[in-house]
Design a protein around this ligand. Sequence first.
Ligand SMILES: [Zn+2]
Length: 375
Amino acid sequence: MIDYQIPGQRKLKLSLVEMIRNDRLPHALLLSGDPGFGGLSMAINIAAALHCDEGLGKACGKCKSCSKSFKLIHPDTHFAFPVVKKADKKRDETTSKDFLAPWRSIIQKKQYFDHQDWVSWIGADNKSLNINTKECNEIIQKLSLKAFEGRYKVQIIWLPEYLGKESNRLLKLIEEPPENTKIILVSAAIERLLVTITSRCQIFKLLPVEDQALNTYLIEKNVFDPETIEKVVKLADGNCGLALQFLESSAKDFSEDLLQWLRLSYQAGSHPQNIVDWIAAMVGQGKDVLELFLTSGLSFFREYHIWLHDQNYEMRIDSSQKGNAMKMQQIISYDKIEYITKELDSLVTLMSRNANMKLALLSSSIIVGDIMRKQ
Ligand SMILES: [Zn+2]
């Protein structure tokens, strides 16, 4: 069973409970926010709360219905999400139904994940991910039937931004769903949705989780020591998915790597082989590690930037990183950080587009080296 606790989002949870208990939940909801803030978990929880035998406005987590909900097998909760062509099927014949097994397993295993985690989970390619016509027709068809067990039918659509123009097919459904039907869209890129869709939904924004709530949540998971958790919470910046990812790679401290990268980039002109070797080793550790390196580099610089401006500022980094920040002071001035951050930012973007990261990192290293050598 998945963990039905969601850290943070206190206000949102309270108002949802209130709405469900009083039967005032809108028929079309749009949960918007970074996947690491827990939108999908929230949607699963709302569905569970609607089906729960106790009728408390939230999922009791103990009854038969909740058990099914959290095993993701409740017959009245339907999922639709972007997929790719299934091996033995045509693309336009393939729908979420064909990927239900990996869908259940990624939720059970990771709980927080984005489209990239999803494509690598199903061993697919980013480019072909979408929600197609057949899927839309199936959604309409399924929701026209009566609920099997409970009162409500719930349709969860994860990443509706992958509907593209197909979303027009769902307009009528979203505007006026059949009786006792709730449609929950979980979007990580609300700006990519058609206004015709967003205007028909009640929008609920998920927020970064407060440090305290994230800390308590991770401690309750009871797998990691408080020190590691504290370190991770500072790095994660309210993103629960990121925090769990950091914990998975045992909260590796990347500030040493960051410093090394800057040093080698600085010397790239005179010792090009060293930076090439370093990049090969970094990229060789896999996508997850590289992503962690880049994102923790970004949060490190963000903190460092504020601190350079105001040295009374308490950086949200741990003591070993602080030591490295002091060292960095000798090589990077305030105005250079902006440029280096921009490079890290573009590397993150390139990575999400499946670029050749060895080449991308090499070109960024040369740029960063130039920036640092400039007086
Ligand atoms: Zn229950």
